[in-house]
Design a protein around this ligand. Structure first.
Ligand SMILES: [Zn+2]
Length: 275
């Protein structure tokens, strides 16, 4: 936002140099030797830049999605497409590609960042949380020796998605009914199965959060939640130890919510959901 205003004031030919730390969230071939890359940069926000000659040998490229490092871009006044002049790659999170599900989780996160942020609208907290998420799932691939259970990646993705919603100003209300504010009474593990049916909770995208059974009739878009999914949403610490069925249910709710926010399903969603 700030940048655009600044550009408008400047002369038509002025070019501004921006140095930043960035993660590539999208890369397309532009010509035989060049690419157009979209970066999410820490201090600048989303930038689309043409990378001339990036596919030539001895260049800084080719640029791959999830490559991360210091960039220098020049932004001609009044234009959205910048030119990438330097890219000092520190990492491309190479372990992500070793497991298809992990790669899908990372790609889904990148798609959401791309769709839900604006060009040149800085969000350092979101950048840090995205970087942390990529480091986290990349690391778990490097340290694991067995075929991975997907729970860790899924819970990391869920936490990232919730932090994305928070950072773009759409934090859902999850610890109480979003309508009447009744607290979500959490039970401990021993009583979970015994109190079946009590304390029902739903998720409503239009209410932006959990809805209790007294209010559910007012929200036709509500989706019923299992006790364990409602508990996890009400207390995010429980996500770490949640079983895969519960994580799938929570992720399904989030995909539904993002679909409502975007007015269409995110492309990567079908690769994440089991059912
Ligand atoms: Zn209520």
């Amino acid at each position: 936002m700030k940048r655009e205003a600044y550009l408008e004031r400047d002369t038509k030919y002025e070019i501004m140099l921006t140095k930043d730390t960035a993660i590539c969230i999208r890369a397309l071939d532009y010509s035989e030797t060049s690419q157009i890359a979209t970066f999410f940069a820490r201090e600048t926000g989303k930038i689309s830049a043409i990378a001339k000659g990036s596919k030539r040998p001895k260049s800084y490229g080719p640029i791959e999605v999830f490559s991360y490092g210091k960039i220098v871009v020049s932004v001609p006044a009044g234009e959205k497409l910048a030119t990438l002049t330097e890219f000092d790659q520190q990492s491309n999170f190479s372990a992500l590609a070793g497991n298809l599900f992990v790669l899908h989780c990372a790609s889904f996160a990148a798609e959401l960042v791309n769709l839900l942020t604006n060009d040149y609208d800085p969000n350092p907290q979101l950048f840090d949380s995205f970087l942390q998420f990529l480091q986290n799932i990349n690391e778990s691939q490097l340290t694991s020796h067995e075929p991975r259970v997907t729970s860790h990646e899924l819970s990391s993705l869920i936490l990232f998605q919730l932090s994305l919603l928070k950072e773009i100003g759409l934090q859902p209300i999850l610890n109480a009914c979003a309508n009447c504010k009744t607290r979500h009474e959490r039970r401990d593990k021993f009583t979970l199965s015994e109190v079946e049916g009590s304390d029902e909770f739903y998720f409503s995208s239009s209410a932006n959060g959990l809805i209790c059974r007294d209010c559910e009739a007012n929200f036709p878009d509500k989706i019923g939640l299992s006790n364990s999914a409602a508990d996890c949403l009400g207390n995010l610490k429980l996500l770490v130890d949640a079983d895969e069925k519960t994580l799938d249910e929570v992720e399904k709710i989030l995909v539904h919510h993002f679909t409502e926010i975007l007015h269409r399903p995110p492309k990567m969603a079908k690769h994440i959901l089991k059912s």
